[in-house]
Design a protein around this ligand. Structure first.
Ligand code: PLP
Length: 372
């Protein structure tokens, strides 16, 4: 075959559901020379990543580190370590990712009770209370904090209180929320949380920050059956990410350089400032869309700042608009998934992408395209 030319990515504004734009400093960090994954310099950097992740998650949990893999690996990490066959699990399902959690939990042999809400709505605490009343000895309750497929942000505190009272573990998907809006792992008594590098942390996809409370860790270490996944077994991973530094797998070195730099940027900006920036840009986008007669379909009062699920106006070919945005404006937005396919656009304002200039660019482009 003829060897292709070196790949030159087109210059895009990444305004979809992730990945988001990455800061030049993060890209530069990725291009630094490799060191070995057990090199003392790398080990020191791993410790810094763990410490910065604790700050980003607002937790003191010792077991906080990035799983090598995308957000779905973090999801599997939480379920495979905490669930044994026959365990009762309650999962909030209001979009794609709650649905995925059910699939993962079932593969671990869990008996899953689904607490469903229409896509675009939140999971109400009362629904969880009803399920906790019905399910005998629930081991774990899981919800998606920020449902990227629908743009809804489910409030955590009340649900967490109910789960704690029931003596169950509380698992939170913070893939899209971390770095874009408040995520308070210790204050909310979350036992297990996973996130992703490519959303509001603005790092390329490839790592999944996770954190387990001491209670969750004890359950994972004292299980009766072996964790089904060798790769994701926290008992083995702890020896690599903990003090022993025993080889488990070859950590993706450059990805960890990138996460280190991305977390430095997050903490330099400050969590509160970063949340505020996400809120302001969401409000600016929402009012711009409303001025054009469009609206966000997610439940009022619970709309995500970092992911805007916009109803496609009547009679508009949603795919053609996305195509034109990409081809003419180099601007990527996302399509609806599942029952929302063809009905919504998903405009991401995550991390580096959450800038006034991007809000103005997408509004101006939509204005031009829609006026025909
Ligand atoms: C809320 C949520 N959970 C889980 C995932 C899965 O993450 P990944 O695609 O990085 O595997 C995503 C990805 O979009 C997500 O938005």
């Amino acid at each position: 075959m003829e060897i292709p030319k070196a790949f030159e990515p087109p210059p895009r504004r990444l305004m979809g559901p992730g990945p988001s734009d990455v800061a030049p400093a993060v890209l530069q960090a990725m291009s630094r020379p490799l060191v070995g994954h057990l090199d003392p310099a790398f080990v020191k950097m791993m410790e810094e990543i763990k410490a910065m992740l604790r700050q980003a998650f607002l937790t003191q949990n010792e077991m906080t580190f990035p799983v090598s893999g995308t957000g779905s690996a973090g999801m599997e990490f939480c379920f495979v370590n905490l669930i044994e066959p026959g365990d009762e699990v309650i999962i909030g399902v209001n979009g794609v990712f709650g649905t995925r959690m059910c699939d993962v939990a079932e593969r671990c042999g869990a008996r899953v009770t689904r607490v469903e809400a229409p896509w675009g709505n939140i999971i109400e605490a009362e629904q969880i209370a009803v399920a906790l009343g019905k399910v005998p000895k629930p081991k774990l309750v899981a919800i998606v904090h920020a449902e990227t497929s629908t743009g809804a942000l489910t409030p955590v505190e009340e649900i967490s209180r109910l789960v704690y009272q029931a003596g169950a573990l509380f698992l939170l998907d913070a893939v899209t929320s971390l770095g874009g809006c408040p995520v308070r792992i210790d204050e909310w008594a979350v036992d297990a949380v996973y996130s992703g590098s490519q959303k509001c942390l603005s790092c390329p996809p490839g790592l999944s920050p996770v954190s387990l409370s001491p209670r969750a860790l004890e359950i994972a270490t004292r299980r009766k059956t072996k964790v089904q996944s060798w790769y994701l077994d926290v008992n083995l991973l702890a020896a690599y990410w903990g003090q022993e530094r025993v080889y488990h797998h070859t950590a993706p070195i450059s990805m960890n350089y990138a996460l280190h730099e991305a977390l430095r940027l997050v903490l330099t900006e400050g969590l509160e400032n970063r949340w505020h920036r996400h809120e302001q840009n969401h409000l600016a986008l929402r009012s711009g869309l409303e001025a054009m007669g469009m609206k966000i379909m997610s439940q009022a009062g619970h709309q995500l700042w970092q992911l805007n699920a916009v109803s496609v106006p009547e009679g508009v070919d949603e795919a053609a608009v996305r195509k034109q945005l990409l081809a003419t404006y180099n601007l990527e937005i996302g399509a609806g998934l599942g029952p929302l396919k063809g009905k919504i656009w998903r405009i991401g304002l995550m991390g580096e992408t959450s800038r006034k200039e991007n809000v103005d660019a997408v509004l101006a482009a939509l204005r031009e395209i829609l006026k025909g």
